[in-house]
Design a protein around this ligand. Structure first.
Ligand SMILES: Cc1cc2nc3c(=O)[nH]c(=O)nc-3n(C[C@H](O)[C@H](O)[C@H](O)COP(=O)(O)OP(=O)(O)OC[C@H]3O[C@@H](n4cnc5c(N)ncnc54)[C@H](O)[C@@H]3O)c2cc1C
Length: 446
C-alpha cells in the first residue's frame, strides 16, 4: 500500500507517521522549505525560541499531550502571575486578575448568551443543530447588534472574538462561532489560562513537534514541493508537484480547505470544500524582546487587553529562566490587514510605543519580530479558516467525505478542537485509520 500525503503540518505528519508505522509506503510533499505549517519557531535571542504560530495547549488536548510524551517534549506553564493591564478607552488601568474593568453584569450576560449558543449546537454536525438555518444566516457582528444592549458588552465582544478566533465578527456566522466554542470545550475552557486551553506552552517551541516527526520519517518528507494537481484513475493517484509526480494508491490532503480546492483535481471535486464566505482568518504575531521581563518587577503579568490598536492583547512568553523578556502581541481581525500592510519600521514603532504605554518604564526592546500570517501563501487559515453564513450547511458534509482515493485531514476537518493543534493531530489519526480500514477492506474483497 502506498500513500502520498500533501502538507507537512501537524495533521499531515501525524497521518504519515501512523501510516508508516502500519507498513504503508508514505511520501509527504510539502510546499514550503520547512515543515510545521501553522506551527513555526523563531530564535529571538541565542537559544531562545518563541512561537510565531501556535503556542498554547491545555489538559484536554490529549492527542497533543500524548504526542509530546512520545517525542520527549516538555511543557512550561504560561506566565500569568501579577496584575493585568487594560486600555479599553480613556486612561489605561491596572487590575488584579484577568477580568476587565467593565460592567460585570454586562459581561456576565454576554458570556451567558455565548454559553447558550454553544450548548445549542451539535459539534459533530453543526449544520444539523436545532435552529441551524437561523444561526447560519447571521454574522456574529449582526448577532451582536441585535443581542448586545450594554455598551461594555458591545465593546468587549469583538475583542473577545479577535483574541479567541482571530476573527472579525463580520467574517463568521453565528453558527460557526457557536460551533468553535463547543468544539474547543466551551467558552470558559477556551478563554482560560490556568486550567484552560492556554495553560501551557511547549519548551523550546511548538514547531519542534513537526520537526521531530519529520526527522523520524526521514527522506519520505520532501520540501519545496507545492502540489498543483491530483489525477485519479482506477488504480491510484498521480500527484503532481514542483519537481515531478508521485504515483500512489491513495492521497491524503492535509491543507486548509481553500488551498485544497486550489489543487487541480481530476476527476473534479463534486463540490468545493470552501465557499465565497470562507475567510482565511487574520493574525499577525509580534514578539518584543527586552533585556529582562521588566513588567514583572512592577507586579504585572504582561497580560493586557486593548481597544486601541495595533496590539489587541499581550502575554508574557519569556523563557522560564527569565534570561530575556519576551512580550508577545496579537494583532487580529481587520486591524491585522491594516498593520500587515505597514512598512516594517512603522510596525515596530507602533508596537513598541503601545507596549511602552501599557508597561511604563520598559527599556527599548533589543528585538522586534513581526510574523504576518495574513500574507502566508500556504496558510489560508490563521488561526484557522473562518466559516461565514452559508458555509456550514454546504461545506460541513464534504469536509471529511473522501473524493474517491483522495482523503482529507487538517484542523478544519476536525469537529473536536477545530482550529487548534489538537484538532489537527486528531484529524491525522482519523484519516490514517480511515485509509487502513478502506484499503484493507478493498484488499480482502477485490
Ligand atoms: C498565529 C497563530 C496562533 C495560533 N495559536 C494556536 C494556539 O495557541 N494553540 C493551538 O492549539 N493552535 C493555535 N493555532 C492554530 C494551529 O496552528 C493550527 O490549528 C494547526 O497548526 C493546523 O495544522 P494543520 O496540519 O491542520 O495545517 P497546517 O499547519 O496549515 O499545515 C498544512 C501544511 O500544508 C502545506 N501546504 C499548503 N498547500 C500545499 C500544497 N498545495 N502542496 C503541498 N503543501 C501544501 C503548508 O505549507 C503546511 O505546511 C494558531 C495558528 C496561528 C497561525
Amino acid at each position: 500500500m502506498s500513500v502520498v500525503v500533501v502538507g507537512a503540518g501537524l495533521a499531515g505528519l501525524t497521518a504519515a507517521t501512523d501510516l508508516a508505522a502500519s507498513g504503508v509506503e508514505v511520501t509527504v510533499l510539502e510546499a514550503r522549505e520547512r515543515v510545521g505549517g501553522r506551527t513555526h519557531g523563531i530564535e529571538v535571542a541565542p537559544g531562545v525560541w518563541v512561537d510565531a504560530g501556535a503556542a498554547y495547549l491545555g489538559d484536554r488536548h490529549t492527542a497533543l499531550t500524548a504526542l509530546l510524551a512520545e517525542l520527549d517534549l516538555k511543557t512550561t506553564p504560561t506566565t500569568m502571575t501579577g496584575a493585568s493591564r487594560f486600555a479599553l478607552g480613556g486612561a489605561g488601568q491596572t487590575r488584579a486578575g484577568r477580568f476587565p474593568p467593565l460592567s460585570a453584569v454586562a459581561l456576565g450576560e454576554l458570556f451567558d448568551a455565548l454559553d447558550e449558543l454553544d450548548r445549542g449546537v451539535r459539534a459533530d454536525a453543526p449544520w444539523l443543530s436545532a435552529g441551524a438555518a437561523q444561526l447560519d444566516a447571521l454574522t456574529a457582528a449582526e448577532w451582536a447588534r441585535e443581542h448586545l444592549r450594554h455598551p461594555d458588552a458591545r465593546l468587549f465582544f469583538p475583542l473577545f472574538l479577535g483574541e479567541m478566533m482571530a476573527a472579525d465578527p463580520a467574517d463568521v456566522s453565528v453558527l460557526h462561532m457557536a460551533f468553535y466554542l463547543r468544539s474547543g470545550g466551551g467558552i470558559r475552557y477556551l478563554n482560560a489560562f490556568a486550567g484552560g486551553a492556554q495553560e501551557d506552552r511547549i519548551d523550546g517551541g511548538a514547531h519542534q513537534v513537526c520537526r521531530r516527526l519529520a526527522a523520524a520519517l526521514g527522506d519520505r518528507v520532501r520540501l519545496g514541493e507545492p502540489v498543483r494537481a491530483i489525477h485519479q484513475d482506477g488504480d491510484g493517484v498521480t500527484v503532481v508537484a514542483a519537481t515531478g509526480s508521485v504515483r500512489a494508491q491513495a492521497a491524503v490532503v492535509a491543507v486548509p480547505p481553500t488551498l485544497a480546492d486550489a489543487i487541480d483535481h481530476r476527476p473534479v471535486l463534486p463540490a468545493p470544500r470552501s465557499g465565497e464566505r470562507t475567510a482565511p482568518g487574520c493574525a499577525v504575531k509580534v514578539h518584543l524582546v527586552y533585556p529582562t521581563p521588566a513588567w514583572r518587577e512592577q507586579g504585572l503579568s504582561g497580560w493586557s487587553v486593548n481597544a486601541r490598536r495595533p496590539l489587541l492583547s499581550t502575554v508574557d512568553d519569556s523563557p522560564a529562566d527569565g534570561e530575556v523578556g519576551v512580550l508577545t502581541g496579537f494583532v487580529t481581525g481587520r486591524e491585522a490587514h491594516r498593520y500587515a500592510a505597514l512598512p516594517a519600521a512603522e510596525q515596530r514603532e507602533q508596537a513598541v510605543a503601545q507596549a511602552a504605554r501599557l508597561f511604563p518604564g520598559l527599556p527599548e526592546p533589543i528585538g522586534c519580530h513581526v510574523t504576518d500570517w495574513v500574507h502566508e501563501r500556504y496558510s489560508r487559515g490563521c488561526y484557522a479558516a473562518l466559516f461565514g453564513p452559508g458555509d456550514w450547511p454546504r461545506l460541513g458534509p464534504r469536509l471529511t467525505a473522501p473524493h474517491r482515493r483522495v482523503h482529507w485531514a487538517g484542523t478544519e476537518t476536525s469537529t473536536e478542537f477545530f482550529g487548534l493543534m489538537e484538532g489537527a493531530i486528531r484529524s491525522g489519526h482519523r484519516v490514517a485509520a480511515e485509509i487502513s480500514a478502506t484499503y484493507r477492506w478493498r484488499d480482502i474483497h477485490d
